[in-house]
Ligand binder design. Structure first.
Ligand code: ARG
Length: 466
């Protein structure tokens, strides 16, 4: 047992210490409360490391067998909630190693040959982040599927599209929802790119300078499914850029979710009345009996802030940190775990919220019927008859001002009145003044016209099944 250290210390590093660590220091520097969630990754890495040590003749096959069986037994204990976690052992790595030695005897102490906690924890974080990226991708895809289904159901549902949160031009709800589909598609692509740089194995870097043992990290990387190794051992233990990148991706997912959340909050307000959320996804007020609050959408809007905090926190942690490993790096975990948990659950609940919400097609159509939204179409009408667009814009603006001064829609203006603003105005202009016609005319690539939306849906289907 590693107990030769100061006054019967359990610490594997106890050898050079004469006095026990102050309890406050144990508490301040320990990370077990956070990093124990890495136990699976830690054991997975240790299993691969032990097998490699035996293949390379660094430990005997019998020792490796005992280590493997011991680690598998520990995994069972942890899963069953029977593992004796000890905070005085600092972190998940030392807890598992100490337990292994308790179980199989001194040969358990050979597991840490040619390894340091510095490359061990870097490995655990790579394994963890790789899994989290896959979990995020799966949840993003789920949300995309919900957006796709709603879009498919609403290719003919019109609503105003907004700029400056002012009614701008009519669009279809399918078009609006597909905008989010493609934002989340780019989030998936960004994560896939971050995954390529997470898919590198740091184990074998040792404390910082490599090892004098004849290790074969390439075979360990293969066993753990990594695409390759770090080229430089100091880089391998010192950087957490792959975590920063992943948190950035998560922050941007948070931004996208917050925009969706905000629109759903607005649309649920009676002033808009575009969406009716399911009772199961809203809550009431403790005083106002009539309230049905869009709290899930509000928190979709809010949760992003936590992820930004984690991203800035991690950047700050790494800034000006000297090479190679420093205990500062231990603080990456609470930030990272909290942020990724927040985004994962937000993606799940956003999906459910969307699936269970009903869009009020009648209310959206009524808002889109405001024919000032067709002023651009009126200007386009003149421009397509040869008027320079600036001239057409000016003439249409005057027509809008006249109609507004009377509190009437554009279609209430007489053709003769329109002609006073521009000679190219004729009766034909009245035919274009419907939101359906306006949407149908937006047939350019990317537009809200039916051809473009159909192409977007086809692309979305392909991406979902890719
Ligand atoms: N708990 C540490 C971390 O999370 C593991 C490595 C500690 N290494 C050391 N020499 N103290 O980063």
């Amino acid at each position: 047992m590693p107990s030769e250290g100061g006054k019967g210390s359990l610490k594997p590093w106890g050898g050079r210490f004469a006095a026990e660590t102050d309890p406050l220091v144990v508490e301040y520097t320990g990370s077990l409360g956070t990093d124990r969630r890495l136990w699976r990754h830690d054991i997975m890495g240790s299993l691969a490391h032990a097998r490699m040590l035996a293949r390379q003749g660094i430990i005997s096959p019998e020792e490796a067998d005992a280590i493997v069986r011991g680690l598998e037994d520990i995994a069972r204990e942890i899963e069953a909630g029977e593992f004796p976690w000890r905070t005085e052992l600092e972190d998940v790595h030392m807890n598992i190693e100490a337990r292994l030695i308790e179980k199989i005897g001194p040969s358990g102490g050979k597991l840490h040959t040619a390894r340091s906690r510095n490359d061990q924890v870097a490995l655990d974080m790579h394994l963890y982040i790789r899994e989290e990226i896959d979990a995020l991708d799966q949840r993003l895809k789920g949300l995309q599927a919900a957006l796709f289904e709603k879009a498919r159901a609403h290719t003919a549902s019109l609503l105003p599209g907004y700029t400056h949160l002012q009614r701008a031009q009519p669009v279809t709800l399918a078009h609006h929802l597909l905008a989010y589909f493609f934002m989340f598609q780019r989030d998936r692509e960004r994560l896939a790119d971050a995954r390529r740089r997470t898919d590198m194995m740091p184990l074998g870097a040792g404390a910082l300078a490599g090892t004098s043992f004849p290790i074969d990290p390439v075979s360990v990387a293969k066993e753990l499914g990594f695409g390759g190794l770090y080229a430089n051992s100091m880089d391998a233990v010192a950087d957490r850029d792959f975590v920063v990148e992943t948190l950035f991706c998560a922050a941007l997912i948070g931004v996208h979710l917050s925009r969706l959340g905000e629109e759903l909050v607005l649309w649920a307000a009676s002033e808009f009345g575009f969406v009716e959320m399911d009772d199961a996804y809203t809550t009431g007020s403790s005083i106002m009996p009539q309230k049905k609050n869009p709290v899930v959408a509000e928190l979709l809007r809010a949760r992003a802030s936590r992820v930004f905090g984690a991203l800035v926190g991690l950047l700050t942690l790494l800034k000006a940190l000297p090479l190679a490993y420093n205990l500062d790096l231990q603080e990456d975990k609470p930030l990272t775990f909290d942020a990724l948990d927040a985004v994962k659950v937000s993606l799940e609940i956003a999906t459910a919220l969307l699936e269970t919400s009903k869009f009020r097609v009648d209310r959206m159509r009524a808002a889109a019927a405001d024919d000032y939204l067709l002023a651009t179409d009126m200007a386009d009408y003149l421009a397509s008859r040869g008027a320079p667009f600036r001239e057409a814009h000016l003439a249409t603006g005057k027509a809008v001002a006249l109609a507004a001064s009377r509190g009437l829609p554009l279609r209430a203006l007489a053709p003769a009145e329109l002609k006073t603003f521009h000679p190219a105005f004729d009766e034909g202009v009245l035919e274009i003044l419907s939101p359906e016609a306006a949407v149908n005319r937006r047939s350019s690539p990317m537009g809200t016209g039916p051809g473009s939306v159909k192409a977007q849906l086809e692309l979305a289907r392909r991406l979902l099944h890719a």
